[in-house]
Design a binder for this molecule. Sequence first.
Ligand SMILES: C[S@@+](CC[C@H](N)C(=O)[O-])C[C@H]1O[C@@H](n2cnc3c(N)ncnc32)[C@H](O)[C@@H]1O
Length: 252
Amino acid sequence: MSFFVGADAYDRFMGRYSVPLAPAFADFAAVTTGIRALDVGCGPGALTTELAQRLGPESVSAVDPSESFVAAARERHPGVTVQRAGAEELPFEDDVFDASLAQLVVHFMSDPVAGLREMARVTREGGVVAASVWDHAGSRGPLSPYWDAARELDPNVRDESHLAGAREGHLAELFETAGLREIEETALSIRVEHPTFDDWWEPFTLGVGPAGAYVAGLDETRREELRERCRERLPAAPFVLEARAWAARGRA
Ligand SMILES: C[S@@+](CC[C@H](N)C(=O)[O-])C[C@H]1O[C@@H](n2cnc3c(N)ncnc32)[C@H](O)[C@@H]1O
């Protein structure tokens, strides 16, 4: 699993995009003072930080299957209860949260509908279940310049566009199948400035997620070819990368 990496590598590769997504996603999920929330697939804690700031750490719980991320999230968020678990089998009683959120996780669940059903089970009736996934299929995710270049060099490359929730309307479909009510889907946008091309590229070599695993599997020549194809496709540095995620929310 390509998320068994250090938290620092994750921060540099994906945290740079998931940290700015967190406030918009928490707003969409209507996370406001006084509620108790669960962060599913918390990673090192991009969304956990936002939830703890809004609700106080004692009102936030978080889970992730990656041991290194659980350790980092615990260290970074004293007061938040962080456990090692996957969405498909949450270690909580029924109806204990007012809101359960999964930021950039549904597409990595082995069974997304089962994961969403579990999130609904641990959320009180009428509470909110929300999830977000980058728009990989629309080539509007933060990794899209990379996957577009990889596909140009190898049309058979298995990018992330086929994954659950990564195309318009699919998260809402999954929510419906999982039995959620009053479902709404929207697009959330972020903008991240990259001062140099190397600042953008280097984190792809750290082995994080499917993109990092793909780079790690290339020999030196093909890796260099991919790097240069990315450089050709991106604007001259410094450049701003605009990306969007699909987000859905529903009531348990
Ligand atoms: C792209 S990261 C998102 C992390 C964090 N939510 C963020 O926004 O930065 C995907 C996370 O999903 C976790 N994950 C993978 N499979 C999972 C599952 N079945 N249930 C819950 N989390 C899972 C990974 O360990 C990883 O931390």
